[in-house]
Design a protein around this ligand. Structure first.
Ligand code: SF4
Ligand code: SF4
Length: 247
């Protein structure tokens, strides 16, 4: 996002809506008029300021999305659809609909690392650190996740070099693995957590067993890992549409 200095009157209305706190007051020249300016390196192109319609002079302008800067908007603006996945936002459609897609079968868990949040955001270099910590474990990275499409080498977890300094509001590294492997994946995430220069949380997704126990919770208790069982719970309101998905 940019502010057209020829139009900005320095009212500061846009600053209230900035998800990254990256719009600052500046003086046009010494002793001159106060205006606002976007720190474009910190801006994640979420367009919240633009959609808020707060600017009285139409001074906010979104330049055309050019690679690699274009990844900022696709991860940060929920109205932009990823070219690769056809899904808007930072995650996958599956993560919200796994009760009907049978994506997580009995005996498997989804383990996701969520990087960044409003104000802090996350550089894709941090996502690469997580990928590189998990790649040696030969985990399956979710193909429908938009971050996965930025991998240059899935075997090492290296991302495309030109996106590493790009900043997004948040992004999710998603994996699926047999539940027996969950402990080593969590250990690897523990190790890399100290290198992440933003906030970082881990989601664990699993099916409820036929006896109504939750195998992932049992696994966390055995490992004496703290957890907050306040996740999103899909209660199966949808109908299973994959053959054999009821098993
Ligand atoms: S596009 Fe988003 S991050 Fe950039 S200035 Fe506007 S609100 Fe802030
Ligand atoms: S709302 Fe518009 S005029 Fe006011 S400071 Fe922001 S860009 Fe400038």
């Amino acid at each position: 996002m940019r502010i057209n200095p020829g139009k900005c009157i320095g009212c500061g209305q846009c600053r209230v809506f900035c998800t990254m706190g990256c719009i600052a007051f500046v003086r046009k020249e010494k002793g001159g008029q106060v205006q606002c300016r976007v720190d474009e390196d910190e801006c994640v192109d979420c367009e919240v300021c633009l959609r808020a319609k707060a600017c009285p002079t139409d001074a906010l302008e979104q330049p055309p999305a050019v690679w690699p800067r274009s990844v900022r908007g696709t991860f940060s603006n929920p109205l932009v659809t990823h070219k690769e996945t056809k899904v808007p936002g930072r995650g996958t459609e599956e993560i919200k609909t796994n009760d009907v897609t049978n994506r997580y079968k009995h005996g498997y868990v989804g383990i996701s690392a969520e990087l960044g949040r409003p104000v802090l955001g996350a550089r894709l270099r941090d996502a690469e650190r997580v990928f590189m910590a998990l790649a040696p474990l030969a985990v399956e990275f979710e193909k429908q996740n938009p971050l996965t499409s930025l991998l240059a080498d899935p075997a090492t977890g290296k991302l495309k070099e030109d996106v590493l300094d790009e900043k997004v509001l948040s992004c999710i590294v998603e994996t699926v693995a047999p539940i027996e492997r969950a402990a080593e994946i969590l250990d690897a995430l523990d190790k890399v957590a100290g290198e992440i220069e933003s906030v970082f949380s881990v989601d664990i997704i699993s099916r409820v067993a036929d006896d109504l126990s939750v195998p992932a919770l049992e696994m966390l208790k055995r490992g004496k890992r703290p957890y907050a069982p306040n996740g999103k719970i899909n209660i199966g309101l949808g109908r299973l549409f994959i053959k054999g998905a009821g098993c």
